[in-house]
Design a protein around this ligand. Structure first.
Ligand SMILES: NC(=O)c1ccc[n+]([C@@H]2O[C@H](COP(=O)([O-])OP(=O)(O)OC[C@H]3O[C@@H](n4cnc5c(N)ncnc54)[C@H](O)[C@@H]3O)[C@@H](O)[C@H]2O)c1
Length: 314
């Protein structure tokens, strides 16, 4: 049994990660400022510390009692970050700097959740981790800076000279039960399902040919829990992806099929910071962790749809 600290553990990915680690018999402490996370949805056996990752002392103190840390806390969408750039920078880059410092000080491995947004407009080919990072958004730039903090501490060591064991995960588009469809920053899958359930048209931004690599939440959690077993000092960067691209148009029709009804689409606006294609190469995660995304899109959508339908009917 190990004790893990999860920042942002009340959010979509954090709650699933918390449940998985508790299910494996570990202790979990969550640090979350509840800015978007819901404490009522956190498993009751997790210990919740309300606080902000910009509070370096609090993070350092919590890290002292942990065997490993997952840093997820962030203003987690491009649009939400753009709505308040200064705050987003303080949280997304500054919070990561504090997480790195805390992990170095306590000599614990860090799994840092970055984002595929670091790649920017990579084109339709599958990007591997060596692909040049040219983020197009402030969110992506802050995520890249957060990676630099971890890499620096892993190469050169921090206070006390100890080098950090850092695993940096770049998730692509994560979806699944528990994702907030009510937020103005909700991901495309939860927005489409919410629209389909209410009989509203599915708003397809741009021409609908833009494509994404959608990874089901359980698959990503499998990768994250494997990552924390890496305790050797140094940096490892891995994509969290499936290697399969799906266009937004195809996604809309697949959701229509699952709904079993006629869905209507309507054109929406192009989102700022948007990239036409985003597809990851999962080869490194496969080679190092034996990782393979197992949940096909149709199955993942079905599970997400059923969950969202259940919460809508409540
Ligand atoms: N969901 C995706 O598709 C996706 C893709 C790539 C990367 N990511 C990254 O994964 C991580 C988790 O994303 P998510 O989808 O679960 O987002 P989320 O918004 O559901 O969860 C983020 C959590 O962090 C908390 N938080 C925000 N600011 C904080 C602060 N200053 N101090 C402490 N807690 C704070 C929120 O209250 C929330 O509980 C983020 O770092 C995000 O950038 C997510």
């Amino acid at each position: 049994m190990a004790r893990y600290l999860i920042t942002g553990g009340c959010g979509f990915i954090g709650r699933h990660l918390t449940s998985a680690l508790l299910g494996d018999g570990h202790d979990v402490t969550v640090l979350d400022d509840l800015s978007s996370g819901d404490p009522a949805k956190l498993p009751s056996t997790a210990h919740l510390e309300e606080g902000c990752v910009t509070d370096a002392d609090k993070l350092a103190k919590l890290a002292e009692d942990a065997d490993g840390m997952f840093h997820l806390a962030a203003i987690a969408s491009i649009a939400a970050a753009e709505a308040n750039l200064e705050r987003a920078h303080a949280v997304n880059a500054g919070g990561a700097e504090n997480a790195v410092a805390a992990a170095v000080r306590s000599h614990i491995p860090l799994v840092l959740i970055s984002s595929a947004a670091v790649y920017g407009a990579a084109g339709p080919e599958a990007v591997s981790e060596t692909y040049p990072c040219l983020p197009l958004s402030a969110y992506g730039a802050d995520k890249l800076q957060s990676e630099h903090y971890a890499t620096e501490a892993a190469q050169n060591g921090g206070p006390g000279g100890k080098r950090l064991a850092a695993t940096i995960v770049r998730p692509f588009n994560v979806y699944g039960p528990g994702q907030d469809s009510g937020s103005p920053y909700a991901g495309v899958i939860s927005r489409f399902i919410a629209a389909a359930l209410s009989g509203a048209p599915l708003r397809v931004n741009g021409d609908g040919n833009q494509s994404r690599d959608f990874i089901f939440i359980d698959d990503l959690i499998g990768l994250l829990t494997a990552c924390v077993s890496r305790t050797r000092p140094g940096t490892l960067i891995v994509n969290g992806c499936t290697g399969t691209a799906t266009s937004v148009k195809v996604l809309a029709s697949e959701i229509g099929r699952i709904c079993g009804g006629d869905i209507r689409t309507e054109p929406g606006l192009e989102r700022s910071g948007g990239v036409a294609h985003s597809l990851g190469n999962p080869g490194r995660a496969a080679e190092i962790f034996g990782f393979r995304a197992r949940i096909e899109l149709a199955e993942g959508l079905r599970r997400t749809f059923n969950w969202q339908k259940g919460t809508t009917l409540q």
